[in-house]
Design a protein around this ligand. Structure first.
Ligand code: PDD
Length: 276
């Protein structure tokens, strides 16, 4: 088992993580999750662009070129012989004795791992049970930070209520899942929250929007209320690991159930074609 550390691929048992890493003390870092299909990282350029966005919004510098990071990801996939899987990599601000005030002189720490992963066919077919809860996260959800307390609390709450994913609402509007973006369909119009500071602009979300245009669906990046979600004809979520997955029920702050509709199926097929 090999891992990525700085600009090298090393055996996991040779990895040394420093206790003074700001990622460890403050959750001071950013990350990406990239899907691997047929041994090739999917939508790599878009993930690297988003990493740059996260870094610049947090006054961090990415210490390697995008080409170098891409090559490291390819090397990790090869070393671990990943055909179908995912890559996680994170960049923390670096190693410094604990101090809220960060120094700009420290070297950021890049690390990552790979994992085999298959798409969950059962979920793709039959949909997910979800849990609606309050969005308690900070106001920069557009930054893909490793500091995920709001997200993990919501996910645990969903699981404790026998649901697969948490959906979140803020001031009457539905934002996104705890680790996914949310779409609804009403009267043949597809809606999803616009990419503001209140959601993560998912790579799968962006691809799904492009695919919707291609199949000549009407799609609007417009927030929707809890009531509009309740009245929706179809609901689905998107993410790197879940692709386009239907939602079959919601419990918690909202109760609803849905059948899996034609637009969800069309987009699932379009996505499967696109990633080939
Ligand atoms: N999560 N919104 C949130 C809050 C997320 O954490 C994610 C992804 C998404 C979907 O983004 P993308 O399509 O780029 O995967 C939306 C990843 C998979 C994770 O944390 O494991």
């Amino acid at each position: 088992d090999y891992v990525l550390y700085q600009n090298r691929i090393i055996p996991k048992n040779e990895l040394h993580i420093d206790m003074d890493d700001r990622g460890y003390n403050f959750g001071d870092g950013i990350y990406e999750v990239v899907r691997v299909y047929n041994g090739i990282p999917f939508a790599m350029d878009e993930h690297l662009d988003r990493l740059q966005h996260s870094a610049s919004e947090l006054d961090m510098t990415v210490p390697y070129s995008m080409e170098t990071i891409e090559k490291l990801v390819y090397d990790l996939i090869q070393k671990n012989e990943i055909n179908s899987g995912m890559i996680y990599f994170q960049l923390t601000r670096g190693i410094q004795p604990r101090n809220h005030l960060y120094s700009r002189d420290i070297e950021p720490v890049l690390s990552g791992f790979s994992k085999p992963l298959e798409t969950n066919v059962e979920w793709q077919q039959n949909g997910l049970d979800t849990w609606m809860t309050k969005d308690i996260r900070w106001l920069r959800c557009d930054i893909k930070t490793i500091n995920l307390l709001g997200n993990i609390m919501a996910k645990r709450e969903a699981s404790d209520n026998n649901c697969h994913e948490a959906l979140q609402h803020r001031e009457g509007l539905v934002t996104e899942g705890s680790s996914s973006n949310l779409f609804i369909v009403k009267d043949d119009v597809i809606y999803t929250h616009p990419s503001t500071n209140l959601i993560l602009n998912g790579i799968t979300r962006r691809i799904t929007i492009r695919l919707a245009y291609q199949i000549e669906a009407t799609i609007k990046e417009k927030p929707f209320t809890l009531e509009e979600l309740k009245q929706a004809d179809e609901v689905f979520i998107t993410s790197t690991t879940m692709e386009v997955t239907p939602v079959r029920s919601i419990k918690g702050d909202l109760t609803a159930s849905y059948s899996i509709g034609p637009w969800t199926r069309k987009l699932q097929h379009a996505f499967t074609d696109y990633r080939k």
